[in-house]
Structure formats: structure tokens, C-alpha cells
Design a protein around this ligand. Structure first.
Ligand SMILES: [Zn+2]
Length: 286
């Protein structure tokens, strides 16, 4: 199986077999142009010589999982493109689309931080914020693979406009680029999310504290709603979680009489978890 994870900045791929595990992996810059993304996907599948491919994307999929309806961080007329059909026709390899956070969760549940856990919540903090829910040992994957949009839970109704069309989504407060934007709006000089995390300045600390509180609020609500007691944090900006953690834990402790203690864990599988999950999901379907 080949798993491809088309990220907002990097595209990761993994060749995986149920018998032998990860056989090969790599990554490239994600092109900024829709057609170039299609060409890269076709080239990766042709090079891999595999029976099937799973493609994880950071956006919304059509109900039948054949088209990408919306990619907030890679704008383009995606909804007009029969993505899965075109890639299948040109490569002769069956492909399926999955949401990248649900793919990440599948890998971490099967062989990572949540191995052996039945019920868990998963959060990816990168360019944006993704999420997923596992119940009874399975990642919940309903119509359009749409269960788990934690990044688009609204925590500030009058807040900043989000790529999804709403205002004040969690992603606009705690996503990687939102951290940078907020530091700049307060007079700071961050260029990347890493700059925000590395800085010891008060502006950066305040932005991270706000982001941690917003993340903790959303997580505590979802924990209360679903009853899960394990939360796995991953994604490209996961190293920033050390700085978000005190504020997140404070929010979770507020709710502990209702929810009980919550086990916050860092993801184990690193940046290729999404690609690995896409390959596992594709293998399970065959
Ligand atoms: Zn949103």
C-alpha cells in the first residue's frame, strides 16, 4: 500500500504492508498549484508500483470520498476536479481519499500513542488544527469522513475570519499560522510558528497562553460530550504543546468533576503518521 499525505506545506509518503510494516518513506514540498498537486500525486503512485493508494488531505471531502470539496490552506477549484477518478485513470491504481487527521488518528490508534486504548480524542496542530474521535477501538469515519473537525469549533464568535467561512474557529486562535498572525497583530516579529514557540517575549507567551486556553476549552467540551479520557496531541506544531499544556490542563481540571481525569499524550509516530494511516485505511478496505 502507498499512503500519501498532502500537507499545507509538505507532502509525505509511506510504502507500507500489513506483513512487513513501513518499507520506505519520503517527503517533498507541496506545490502551491492545484494541477501540480495532481501531477505530484500521479508521479508518486506510478513510482511506487503498489496495489492501491490512500491519499490524506487537510480538508473536506465529498460524501462519496471521490472529490476534495475544500482545502482551506491550498486554495483552488478543487470541487470541480474529479480527483480520485483522474488519478485512478492515469495510474491504473485504485485510490481512496481520507481526511488527514482521521488518517493520523488511525495510525496512532493502531500502532502509536493510543495503541490498546478503546476511546480517544486526537488533535493535530499544524498549519491548521485537525481532530478525530475513536470509539470502541475504531476511528469514527462517517459520511465524507467529516467527524472530528475540532479546528472549526467556534471558541470566539466575534473572532477572526476562518478559511472555512466562519469566525473565531479554534484554528484562528491556536493553529500554527494563527499564532504568528496574533504575535504580529500585537507588535511582535515572528515569521514562523517555531519563532513564536522559541521566543521568551511576553507577547509570545501571552499568545500561547490564549491559544492553550482556547484549545483546553474545546477539548474539555468534547471530552464531556464523548466521555473519552485519553487525548493524543500531534501535528507539525506539536512541539509547541509544551507551552500550551499548562493552560490546556487548567481547563481540563475545571471539568474534572464531570469528566474525571484526562490522560494527555503526545503522538508517537512523527510526521509520517498521516501517510501511514492513509495506507492502513486503504489496506483494511481491500
Ligand atoms: Zn473554521
Amino acid at each position: 500500500m502507498l499512503g500519501i499525505d498532502i500537507g499545507g506545506t509538505r507532502t509525505k509518503w509511506v510504502q507500507w504492508s500489513p506483513e512487513y510494516g513501513v518499507l520506505d518513506h519520503g517527503e517533498l514540498a507541496t506545490p502551491r498549484d492545484l494541477r501540480a498537486v495532481v501531477e505530484l500525486t500521479v508521479a508518486l503512485i506510478r513510482d511506487a508500483d503498489v496495489a492501491a493508494a490512500g491519499i490524506a488531505v487537510p480538508g473536506c471531502l465529498s460524501d462519496d470520498l471521490r472529490r476534495i470539496e475544500l482545502l482551506p490552506n491550498l486554495p483552488g477549484p478543487w470541487a470541480d476536479l474529479p480527483f480520485a477518478d483522474e488519478v485512478e485513470t492515469r495510474t491504473g491504481v485504485p485510490v481512496r481519499l481520507v481526511n488527514d487527521a482521521r488518517a493520523f488518528a488511525t495510525a496512532e490508534l493502531r500502532m502509536g500513542a493510543a495503541r490498546g486504548v478503546d476511546d480517544a480524542l486526537f488533535v493535530t496542530i499544524g498549519t491548521g488544527i485537525g481532530g478525530a474521535l475513536a470509539l470502541n477501538g475504531e476511528v469514527v469515519r462517517a459520511r465524507g469522513d467529516a467527524v472530528g473537525e475540532l479546528g472549526h469549533m467556534i471558541c470566539r464568535p466575534d473572532g477572526t475570519a476562518c478559511g472555512c467561512g466562519a469566525r473565531g474557529c479554534l484554528e484562528t486562535v491556536a493553529g500554527g499560522w494563527a499564532l504568528v498572525a496574533q504575535v504580529r497583530a500585537r507588535g511582535g516579529r515572528a515569521e514562523t510558528p517555531e519563532d513564536v514557540v522559541r521566543s521568551t517575549g511576553q507577547v509570545e507567551r501571552d499568545v500561547l497562553d490564549d491559544a492553550g486556553r482556547a484549545l483546553g476549552l474545546v477539548l474539555s467540551n468534547v471530552v464531556a460530550y464523548t466521555g473519552v479520557t485519553t487525548v493524543v496531541i500531534g501535528g507539525g506544531v506539536a512541539p509547541a504543546f509544551a507551552y500550551l499544556r499548562p493552560a490546556v490542563e487548567a481547563e481540563l481540571v475545571h471539568r474534572a468533576r464531570l469528566t474525571g481525569p484526562v490522560d494527555l499524550r503526545l503522538a508517537h509516530l512523527g510526521p509520517t503518521a498521516g501517510a501511514l494511516g492513509a495506507a492502513i485505511i486503504t489496506g483494511a478496505d481491500r
